[in-house]
Design a protein around this ligand. Sequence first.
Ligand SMILES: *[C@@H]1O[C@H](CO)[C@@H](O)[C@H](O)[C@H]1NC(C)=O
Ligand SMILES: *[C@@H]1O[C@H](CO)[C@@H](O)[C@H](O)[C@H]1NC(C)=O
Ligand SMILES: *[C@@H]1O[C@H](CO)[C@@H](O)[C@H](O)[C@H]1NC(C)=O
Ligand SMILES: *[C@@H]1O[C@H](CO)[C@@H](O)[C@H](O)[C@H]1NC(C)=O
Ligand SMILES: *[C@@H]1O[C@H](CO)[C@@H](O)[C@H](O)[C@H]1NC(C)=O
Ligand SMILES: *[C@@H]1O[C@H](CO)[C@@H](O)[C@H](O)[C@H]1NC(C)=O
Ligand SMILES: *[C@@H]1O[C@H](CO)[C@@H](O)[C@H](O)[C@H]1NC(C)=O
Ligand SMILES: *[C@@H]1O[C@H](CO)[C@@H](O)[C@H](O)[C@H]1NC(C)=O
Ligand SMILES: *[C@@H]1O[C@H](CO)[C@@H](O)[C@H](O)[C@H]1NC(C)=O
Ligand SMILES: *[C@@H]1O[C@H](CO)[C@@H](O)[C@H](O)[C@H]1NC(C)=O
Ligand SMILES: *[C@@H]1O[C@H](CO)[C@@H](O)[C@H](O)[C@H]1NC(C)=O
Ligand SMILES: *[C@H]1O[C@@H](CO)[C@H](O)[C@@H](O)[C@@H]1NC(C)=O
Ligand SMILES: [Cu+2]
Length: 602
Amino acid sequence: MLSKISVMGLLQALMVLNTATATLLARRQSSCNTPENRACWVDGFDINTDWETNTPLTGRTVNYTLVLEQFENYTSPDGSFKHDAMLFNRSYPGPTITADWGDWINVTVVNKLKYNGTSIHWHGIRMLNNNINDGVNGVTECPIPPNGTKSYVFLAQQYGTTWYHSHHSSQYGNGVFGPLVINGPASANYDVDLGPFPINDWYNDSADRILSRLQRPNQVPPSANNTFFNGTNVDPSDFTKGKYAKVVLTPGLKHRLRLINPSVDYTFTFSIVGHNFTVISNDLVPLNTTNQNTTLSSIFLGIGQRYDIIIQGKSEEEIAAEEGNGNYWINATQPTNNVCGTSQNPYPAAILTYDYPNATDQLPIVEGLKPDDLRCEDTTDFKPVVQRDIPRSAFNISPSNTLSVNLTPNDNNTQVFWTVNNTGLNVIWEKPILEFVRENSTSWPAEENLLEIPAESEWSFWLIENESVLPHPMHLHGHDFVVIGRSPAYSNPTRPEFEFQHFDPVVDTPNLNFTNPTRRDATMLPGKGWLIVAFQNDNPGAWLFHCHIAWHASMGLSVQFLERKNEISKAMNLTLIEDNCKAWQTYVDTNPPWHPKNDSGI
Ligand SMILES: *[C@@H]1O[C@H](CO)[C@@H](O)[C@H](O)[C@H]1NC(C)=O
Ligand SMILES: *[C@@H]1O[C@H](CO)[C@@H](O)[C@H](O)[C@H]1NC(C)=O
Ligand SMILES: *[C@@H]1O[C@H](CO)[C@@H](O)[C@H](O)[C@H]1NC(C)=O
Ligand SMILES: *[C@@H]1O[C@H](CO)[C@@H](O)[C@H](O)[C@H]1NC(C)=O
Ligand SMILES: *[C@@H]1O[C@H](CO)[C@@H](O)[C@H](O)[C@H]1NC(C)=O
Ligand SMILES: *[C@@H]1O[C@H](CO)[C@@H](O)[C@H](O)[C@H]1NC(C)=O
Ligand SMILES: *[C@@H]1O[C@H](CO)[C@@H](O)[C@H](O)[C@H]1NC(C)=O
Ligand SMILES: *[C@@H]1O[C@H](CO)[C@@H](O)[C@H](O)[C@H]1NC(C)=O
Ligand SMILES: *[C@@H]1O[C@H](CO)[C@@H](O)[C@H](O)[C@H]1NC(C)=O
Ligand SMILES: *[C@@H]1O[C@H](CO)[C@@H](O)[C@H](O)[C@H]1NC(C)=O
Ligand SMILES: *[C@@H]1O[C@H](CO)[C@@H](O)[C@H](O)[C@H]1NC(C)=O
Ligand SMILES: *[C@H]1O[C@@H](CO)[C@H](O)[C@@H](O)[C@@H]1NC(C)=O
Ligand SMILES: [Cu+2]
């Protein structure tokens, strides 16, 4: 049941990555990447390096083993409730995987779940010529069966903060996720790296049970039972149970905090009472902090999005001069019904505290920002350090690159689907798209929602129109996209509510941004509105573009882009997926797995 990645596959990927840098292994200078010089990394590589063409190959492989186990009566980290959970190495969230820019990462996943397959995706990782390690069952691999093992091997071509999670139906909602940190240069200086800080929703029920309820008509998704900061919080109905997450600063120093939203359904506005912060990257893309003001008092965090921020610690004297007690709330608020200006914290917050002689254990006493001060919309005006301009002349919108999203019942109204151009995604776990490609077959079913990227295009532009009032956090695999344009959020007070805003080529095209637009791997599609993204047609493989609300993805809200189809077999060794597919088939033959028609499988 063991599937191995051959050394040949690795070498192939190395060769195609960059012949110029592959010959010289990068070396670290001692004067580099100090608190005064974070822009520096190693000889010839710094914050201005375009990682799409240059990566400081270290020749090192970091190895991790993640053992995925099922717990029947897992006590929630807030002590409030017991239910099923699925955890990596018995830890919630899973362990942080850490590497340096240019390392190879080898994560061996051991599936000890009782009844579920699994498939682990490395969110935001480029996977250049390495689609077989993207970890999407039914697309790039078969699920890893119970008692099966698979090693995912990939290059840390980018650097910054991201996460990994199961792509097997809504399974990550049971706890199957963890942070992934790749050390590299930064676009502003700091003294202390505090590490990852996931903020996510928590339910007193398993993801499997919630999803099976939502697949029926007229169901509303449950409200979360808590918000977890770095995996914990107090019980909202009994503050003596569980514990607050505490972020500890040293007075006077600058601290880097790596925000991640690995929720299944919630977006947040993040803020810290009494502290502004500087955003140095969105997703895995460093931001220029000198030609724009990235110092903010709050930031919107959609599902799948990350922000690395730098917090300037106050001096002991500054703290003493304040009305507070040296402790400050870290809030993750939500606007009511997606209406900006109505943000509030439904659950207890986390605490920012200081390590100094006068520190106390008291709870913060200053309430924090007024709700209307909070930014409650996704930011699209951040400019990356490495500039990329998009050829306006190549821009064209037609029905062939328009995706229309809606919530659609089936004919006899017994099930509901999230559809894209009238079809909800439904992958075949036993026969991933890469298997069709290997067989040189194009006879995949319509429910694969597969869109072939025209071979001759350099840039691929996509207009997504959202018929529903719900905003959707859209995430692309295998690339960063640029956000060329977007309608205002439907809740924007200047817009009549619920009025659909179609993309109007005449009115809207002049306002699109082709000059160094925001570049990242997850962004919001506004309710009753539109979004235009573009990405380069340069990574052979089958790549998902999906809503990152777990319920929506599992109910169909996804397409797959098939890119440079004729080059896929050359770029990687597709036979490497075979062993695991055989193991999965053996499992299926004896234990028919649950995969109802209206579960997309991702
Ligand atoms: C990771 O495992 C590979 C293969 O077993 C080995 O060659 C390599 O030295 C290991 N890396 C480290 C950092 O130990
Ligand atoms: C979990 O809890 C249920 C209900 O309390 C109980 O029936 C079951 O035996 C427990 N399972 C384990 C493994 O403890
Ligand atoms: C990855 O780790 C597994 C388990 O330790 C090992 O068998 C395999 O050789 C490693 N692969 C590479 C490319 O280092
Ligand atoms: C996964 O396991 C859970 C709990 O054991 C079960 O309820 C669910 O049906 C399984 N899902 C799949 C997709 O196999
Ligand atoms: C997995 O291995 C355990 C221990 O060897 C065994 O009890 C269990 O039946 C196996 N499960 C499957 C699905 O093969
Ligand atoms: C998050 O929790 C882990 C485990 O308890 C801890 O080691 C880490 O310091 C925490 N991170 C922050 C930013 O507080
Ligand atoms: C944060 O920035 C706001 C302006 O947006 C400013 O009014 C406020 O004084 C700043 N707060 C701190 C603690 O620097
Ligand atoms: C940011 O923009 C400024 C002004 O355009 C430029 O001088 C600088 O080199 C850019 N890069 C960084 C990392 O600040
Ligand atoms: C940047 O914005 C912050 C917060 O809004 C504000 O406090 C600061 O004065 C601004 N800095 C510049 C250079 O405009
Ligand atoms: C620390 O507490 C002591 C005793 O209450 C007080 O005299 C001193 O001013 C405080 N120092 C600071 C920096 O808050
Ligand atoms: C921040 O969190 C604290 C503690 O939960 C709460 O009292 C305060 O109202 C929150 N602030 C906002 C703006 O919701
Ligand atoms: C979440 O927990 C369940 C089970 O205890 C309750 O039934 C729900 O009412 C609760 N939901 C919220 C929003 O707190
Ligand atoms: Cu959605």
